[in-house]
Design a binder for this molecule. Structure first.
Ligand code: DX5
Ligand code: ZN
Length: 208
């Protein structure tokens, strides 16, 4: 199992990113919030761009924003493997997926807990990545939503029936117990479980 570490709950981002760099974590999950798509707001790009100074890991960027097209060109500048935005946005989704691909970056769609997996169908042929939210987007440290297990099964079944090979990740409330409900995923995104601990590598290993 691959692990992507979210630093949304970090009190000292440079220090925690430096510590994560000494682990075998696969990706750094970068949560971006605009105060519109979700009530909270993360730091502006001019501050966030400095994260590349503290990590050599590839980034897994999760845009929880109303207008992904404004953010995609910014985050495409960094050492980014995936850029993901939400299927619930009102912008032209295909256009935004094309925009991500125009930078040779893998594109993904995130799906919030109350959205039906069928919402992904029109975009399946374009997707490299699907991020299933196991909490409501907006903040770290929330409790894992139990029916995520069946949602992951639905997403996998959908990918099989359309013969699509997208990577599936699950994000929110993941720890060494809830991970057992995520066997169908390829990547686990975990924040507070890793960041609020003394030994990052031990927690990362416990998720694999
Ligand atoms: C929630 C974010 C998640 C979250 C993960 O809005 O998208 O990435 O920070 O953190 P934990 O593991 O604390 O739920
Ligand atoms: Zn996230």
């Amino acid at each position: 199992m691959k692990v992507s570490a979210s630093f949304l709950s970090s009190k000292n981002i440079p220090e925690d990113l430096a510590k994560l760099n000494n682990t075998d974590v696969d990706y750094i999950h970068v949560d971006i919030m605009d105060g519109k798509f979700v009530p909270n707001k993360t730091m502006p790009f001019r501050e966030m761009r400095h994260i590349y100074e503290y990590t050599s890991k590839r980034l897994d960027v999760h845009l929880m924003v109303k207008e992904p097209s404004k953010y995609i060109p910014l985050y495409a500048e960094l050492n980014t493997e995936y850029i993901t935005f939400h299927v619930e946005v009102e912008e032209d989704i295909l256009k935004d997926l094309e925009l991500i691909k125009s930078y040779s970056i893998k594109c993904g769609l995130a799906i919030s807990p109350d959205t039906k997996v069928n919402a992904l169908i029109p975009y399946l042929p374009y997707l490299d990545y699907i991020l299933v939210m196991s909490v409501y987007p907006g903040k770290g440290g929330q409790e894992f939503i139990e029916n995520t297990e069946s949602k992951l099964e639905e997403v996998k079944a959908l990918l099989d029936s359309y013969k699509i090979k997208a990577v599936v990740s699950v994000d929110g409330g993941i720890d060494n117990k809830t991970k057992d409900k995520c066997n169908k995923a390829d990547i686990l995104v975990s924040g507070s479980y890793i960041i609020n601990s003394e030994n990052f590598q031990e927690k990362i290993s416990s998720l694999r």
